[in-house]
Design a protein around this ligand. Structure first.
Ligand code: PAF
Length: 281
């Protein structure tokens, strides 16, 4: 496994890789969720997997956790070596953005709701860096987790709308035994906050079990939990469109526990009795 930090060495190392190439873009502080993306890349037929590790300043607003975002490159590299990764690209911001970037990918209407409403500019920053990483690494496949569901949908739209020659593969959310979705930001939680944070996955499970009114079922669990500051709890169709009775839908939540903002989501099969449009609580 090669670990490269600059563009010239990346280009040289990439040119030695034959066959189907998959990219797994990450911000590092890797956990089982990221490793599941690498495994999904292999399962999707990749001959070689490239992992990028880059904490992208463009997707952090002033006051967010860009400076304190967990970083542990040595542990990350060890984990990736054990997963049969061929190439790790771990650039500094000046490698990805050699000059102050003026242009952003406009993520469209799907970025105006949910995470996009709470974090203006976030998805423009994500889609811009993902596009650059595609150009720099030239993958046939790119793998993203369902944990960041809105991001996954918007990246699919990016690839479709801009005719990018990359096949997007998704991988299910990986959870700890207590149900908490794996996230690098879980490291910010104290032991008590971690217990409280389980309410998110419990709420989503309750919602998924009630196809007639998933939002009400989930909202009750969150309200009973206490100390969970809900930003949004929303039901959408699979493409963030309006949910329809009898169809597949997505139940998404964002909430702050202590000072840590967490997101999670699940698939829901709506029953024929479902009537409501997108609901927020
Ligand atoms: O999901 C993430 O870790 C990031 O948003 C991504 C896709 C690596 C872009 O910086």
């Amino acid at each position: 496994m090669k670990v490269v930090t600059d563009r010239a060495t990346l280009t040289q190392a990439r040119s030695t890789l034959d066959g189907t190439i998959a990219l797994v873009p990450t911000m590092g502080a890797l956990h089982d969720g990221h490793l599941s993306l690498v495994r999904a890349a292999h399962a999707a037929g990749a001959d070689h997997v490239i992992v990028s590790i880059f904490v992208n300043p463009l997707q952090f607003a002033p006051g967010e956790d860009f400076e304190t975002y967990p970083r542990d490159i040595n542990a990350d590299v060890d984990m990736l070596a054990a997963e049969g990764v061929s190439l790790v690209f771990t650039p500094t911001p000046d490698v990805v953005y050699p000059s102050q970037p003026r242009v952003r990918i406009a993520p469209g209407p799907g970025a105006e709701i949910l995470e996009g409403a709470s974090r203006p500019g976030f998805f423009a920053g994500v889609l811009t860096v993902v596009t650059k990483l595609f150009h720099l690494t030239g993958p046939d496949i790119a793998v993203f987790g369902e944990k960041d569901y809105q991001q996954l949908v918007l990246i699919r739209q990016l690839v479709t709308d801009l005719d990018l020659p990359v096949r997007i593969v998704s991988a299910p959310t990986v959870r700890d035994v207590d149900g908490l979705a794996k996230s690098s930001r879980n490291a910010y939680l104290s032991a008590n906050e971690r217990d409280t944070a389980q309410a998110l996955s419990r709420a989503l499970s309750a919602g998924a079990a009630d196809g007639a009114d998933p939002v009400a079922a989930a909202a009750k669990v969150l309200a009973d939990a206490g100390d969970v500051d809900v930003d949004y709890l929303a039901l959408t169709g699979p493409d963030l469109d309006a949910p329809i009775a009898g169809g597949e839908a997505r139940l998404l939540v964002a909430a702050t526990v202590g000072s840590t903002r967490l997101i999670d989501n699940v698939s829901v099969s709506l029953s024929p009795e479902f009537t409501a449009p997108i609901k927020h609580a």
